[in-house]
Design a protein around this ligand. Structure first.
Ligand SMILES: Nc1ncnc2c1ncn2[C@@H]1O[C@H](COP(=O)(O)OP(=O)(O)OP(=O)(O)O)[C@@H](O)[C@H]1O
Ligand SMILES: [Mg+2]
Length: 390
């Protein structure tokens, strides 16, 4: 009998020594008991899985009777309630990512199975699988997408996106923030993300291969009431997001939350047209300054040309310094030819001085900049299309 909160794990791997290594690592580093059973080929593994309920399967893809992705697909098909952790060699990362996109809960380098990370990764995978199943039981939502992009770099877009997501969550809505970036994740620093999954885990496969399960399990609960998908963190994962990938990702994201808030690069990305079409509202983030107005004036006509509907594009003004020059929101509205969704008050050093994950809107909800962001979230959730200044 397995004592609680013990785990029962099946190792499917043709090398019998692996069982000794796994048992050794778990005995040495696991806080809670983990019992491991072994199967030397896929047929025996599937048979064991039909006989017992395992919390997790550690799966070598190259077995005497099956190889590569097919091994995973057969196990996943039979193991809907079991976490599947794929064991791979150093050279197989692309294959491992393919299995994650298709529903594997994690992958581990074979060299890691003797390491202290093993027991933690098994527990995380079991937890991911549990959350994923719970998510799958939730009916699909028909959420809305709100996209933000800077009139120029450094306008304050990423800061705004994560704080808007937190404000939506504060108002009781389910929200996802997606950093749809080809490179360098700002979310990681802003949110203190620690998951090893980011957008690059989902992208790069054959068209149509991103599953709802995979999106759900790559979202990190950032402890601020919403879930986030960070942009790529490793330079080797930097790559443009194609229009097809953006469409798949956003179509799936909207089934998972009431609101998906998207952070887009300030330089038009290849997927911009697709993202604008998927979005209930696309908002240009503009510094409330003459320089901000110049940047926005250059970009707004192209953005409006991409939008199929009038009113699908708006602007938000970020008032970074208390004594900005004397341009009013109404002047921005007239000059840009769009409605103004809101004006974000100066944050002083509130954003800059924050620890990762300590979002201003949560930490200092009564500060003027937080109030202005909450008001923007309220307008978004009311579906109010900002109108042009009279
Ligand atoms: N309301 C505000 N008041 C003062 N400073 C702000 C405000 N909003 C954002 N900032 C500051 O502006 C700077 C740029 O912010 P952020 O990284 O969010 O911009 P971005 O548009 O996402 O930039 P990038 O183009 O690099 O992605 C940060 O230092 C941030 O703290
Ligand atoms: Mg940014």
């Amino acid at each position: 009998m397995l004592p609680e909160p013990g785990l029962l794990v099946l190792l499917i791997e043709d090398e019998p020594d692996a069982l000794t290594l796994v048992n050794y690592a778990l005995a040495k580093w696991s806080d809670a008991p983990v019992a491991v059973e072994w199967a030397g080929d896929l047929r025996t593994g599937l048979q064991r899985m039909a006989e017992r309920n395992y919390h997790a399967v550690l799966l070598d893809l190259n077995l005497p009777d099956s190889g590569g992705f097919e091994t995973f697909a057969k196990v996943r098909e039979k193991a809907t309630d079991t976490a599947v952790i794929v064991l791979t060699g150093q050279e197989d990362e692309a294959l491992a990512l393919q299995t994650v996109r298709a529903g594997a809960d994690d992958f581990l380098m074979k060299s890691d199975i003797r390491d202290r990370v093993l027991s933690r990764r098994i527990r995380y995978a079991v937890e991911r699988n549990r959350l994923k199943r719970r998510q799958a039981e939730n009916p699909a939502k028909n959420g809305k997408i709100f996209t933000f992009l800077g009139a120029k770099g450094g306008s304050g877009t990423s800061t705004l996106v994560v704080n808007v997501a937190a404000a939506l969550a504060m108002a009781g809505k389910s929200a996802i923030a997606i950093e749809l970036m080809p490179e360098f994740s700002s979310f990681t620093g802003l949110l203190g993300c620690s998951s090893r999954w980011d957008i690059s885990t989902l992208l790069g496969g054959a068209p149509g291969t991103i599953s709802r399960d995979a999106v759900a399990s790559c979202l990190e609960d950032v402890g601020s009431g919403f879930r986030a998908l960070c942009g790529p963190r490793r330079a080797e994962d930097y790559r443009p997001v194609s229009p097809d990938e953006a469409r798949s990702l956003l179509t799936l994201a909207r089934t998972l939350a009431d609101y998906t808030v998207v952070d887009m690069p300030s330089i038009f990305a290849p997927s911009i047209r697709e993202v604008v079409h998927q979005s209930a509202l696309t908002t240009l983030v503009v510094e409330l300054s003459p320089m901000g107005l110049r940047g926005a004036s250059a970009k707004m006509p192209a953005l409006q040309a991409l939008a199929a509907r009038p009113g699908a594009v708006s602007a938000i003004l970020i008032d970074k310094t208390p004594c900005s020059e004397s341009l009013t929101p109404a002047e921005f509205s007239t000059r840009l030819g769009c409605g103004i969704l809101g004006v974000v008050s100066p944050a002083g050093d509130l954003h800059a001085g924050a620890e990762p994950g300590a979002l201003t809107v949560l930490r200092r909800p009564d500060a003027p900049c937080s109030k202005s962001i909450q008001e923007i979230a309220r307008r978004l959730s009311l579906g109010a299309v900002p109108s042009m200044a009279a």
